[in-house]
Design a protein around this ligand. Structure first.
Ligand code: SF4
Length: 176
């Protein structure tokens, strides 16, 4: 099957439908929702409160400043298209889950694993990261921003743990 190119305008249209706007959501609102889980959650919570929704639509979060560690110059092999597509798919899966997040304990354990992982790196200067978080660390294996990824129950670590067969580096079972 031929993979269709990912389109931000499709996501804007979908977000507009989900929020019952009668029009595509502005791109800044989509970017804000991908970048800021709290903002995304509030958009959906306020769907039935026009004044609040209007305020949120007119005040999306501002993109964060770029901060790249000079000693880290190697970029993972992930195309901008792939990263945008991945962030978008994860976002829609998260909306379907009812905006669930893992417990604080699970989140802390996942982040501790990432912090100790050799695959953790500072993001390269790529446009895709404007859609997520520009000053958080990313996973070199999947290209995801780990501080966001680790919060979501449907996400998983892509690397097997060399010390623990059958588990990934988050200590979770690797699904077959
Ligand atoms: S998600 Fe897994 S492979 Fe990626 S940085 Fe975290 S622990 Fe390492």
């Amino acid at each position: 099957m031929i993979q269709q190119p990912h389109s931000l305008s499709e996501d804007c249209a979908r977000l507009g439908r989900e929020l019952r706007l009668g029009a595509p959501a502005p791109e800044a609102v989509l970017v804000g929702a991908l970048q800021d889980p709290e903002y995304a959650r509030n958009l959906f919570v306020c769907r039935e409160t026009p004044s609040m929704l209007h305020f949120l639509l007119n005040n999306p979060p501002q993109p964060k400043a770029i901060a790249i560690a000079p000693q880290q110059t190697s970029a993972p092999e992930h195309s901008t298209l792939e990263l945008v597509s991945k962030a978008s798919k994860s976002f829609w899966a998260w909306t379907k889950s009812g905006f669930q997040t893992v417990t604080d304990e699970v989140y802390a354990a996942r982040l501790a694993s990432c912090t100790a992982c050799p695959k953790l790196m500072t993001h390269p200067e790529k446009a895709a990261y404007a859609l997520v978080s520009l000053n958080d660390k990313i996973c070199a294996d999947c290209g995801c921003v780990v501080a966001k990824k680790a919060k979501l129950p449907h996400e998983t670590c892509p690397a097997s743990d060399p010390q623990r067969p059958g588990l990934n580096r988050w200590g979770e079972l690797i699904s077959q």
